[in-house]
Design a protein around this ligand. Structure first.
Ligand SMILES: [Zn+2]
Length: 308
């Protein structure tokens, strides 16, 4: 969904609320026909006052205020709340425009963009879940380590499903590392799905898409980074495949992890890079963040390639 889709959602909300207000007006007029006459008088007086004001004449609104008072009394007398005919807003902060008076985006706007991303995440990959996680696709003959691929994956499934079930009372960082074709992305999506099913918000980004956004942002383009900094659970897939850009990749990545962790938010990182490659590519600061046992749980996928 684009920004203009989100904005057209606001005009839909405003139209819905206006229709409801019209219905209320009719309902009140039916109950107290005198109110319709009062409103007509009040509107006529208001028009008169406006043209007087435009002519630079002093204006007196006491008659309008008296009519408003009379209207309130009649409404309350008929059992209506005095605010029953006030404009209706689903969000009082931005009056259903998505923007605040200082032209910043309203919280409800940010929430809407986020929910939209969540919807997109939910709609795709309906066949990915811990329930559908079939361990039988993994070979059960022992590897060099003495464990079979299937045993390794069973362990990974246990740890990650426990993580998702414990969310948000689990380590802020979940690092899934290992070579391609071992099911890392699949596992990350299972975690995301479980977290969403438990009623939390999660979003999935490929590193390529995420770092492209950072790059555009660095160039001063209008990119809203709020969702990736504030979504409760963020999954970043394919970390290490994004192009490295000076003054962007490492800086933004560190800020993202740092700020999210400080805010108590959770981030899952899926990467083909081995731990020492993470250090080489992103430097000590990011490496030590991801390796910190008190904030990160690390899972290594090893074994033979399997195909999904
Ligand atoms: Zn709002």
């Amino acid at each position: 969904m684009s920004i203009s889709d989100v904005l057209s959602e606001y005009s839909r909300i405003r139209a819905k609320n206006e229709t409801e207000l019209e219905r209320r007006v009719q309902q009140v007029y039916d109950a107290v026909p005198e109110l319709k006459k009062i409103d007509e008088q009040k509107n006529a007086l208001q028009l008169k006052r406006i043209s007087q004001a435009l002519d630079g004449k002093p204006i007196d609104t006491s008659d309008i205020l008296a009519l408003r008072e009379k209207k309130n009394m009649l409404m309350i007398g008929a059992g209506f709340d005095s605010k029953y005919l006030d404009p209706i807003y689903s969000c009082n902060m931005c009056r259903d425009t998505g923007s605040l008076d200082n032209s910043l985006r309203c919280e409800c706007f940010k929430k809407r963009v986020l929910e939209d991303k969540l919807d997109a995440a939910k709609l795709t990959d309906t066949d990915v879940s811990f329930e559908l996680f079939d361990l039988n696709v993994f070979d059960d003959s022992p590897l060099e380590s003495g464990k079979s691929q299937r045993e390794t994956m069973q362990r990974i499934k246990q740890i990650t499903s426990k993580y998702a079930d414990a969310y948000p009372h689990c380590e802020p960082i979940l690092l899934l590392s290992g070579s391609t074709g071992l099911g890392k992305t699949f596992v990350a999506k299972c975690v995301m799905r479980r977290v969403i099913e438990r009623g939390y918000t999660a979003a999935f980004y490929t590193a390529y898409r995420l770092f492209s956004m950072f790059h555009s942002h660095r160039l001063g383009e209008e990119v809203d980074l709020d969702p990736v900094f504030t979504v409760p659970m963020l999954i970043i897939d394919d970390v290490g495949t994004e192009p490295m850009t000076r003054n962007v990749t490492v800086e933004y990545f560190f800020d993202l992890i740092n700020e999210r962790t400080a805010a108590g938010l959770h981030t899952a990182i899926v990467t083909n890079l081995a731990f020492h490659d993470i250090k080489d590519r992103y430097g000590d600061r990011i490496h030590s963040r991801l390796m910190d046992k008190s904030t990160a749980i690390k899972i290594i996928f090893s074994g033979d390639d399997i195909r999904y």
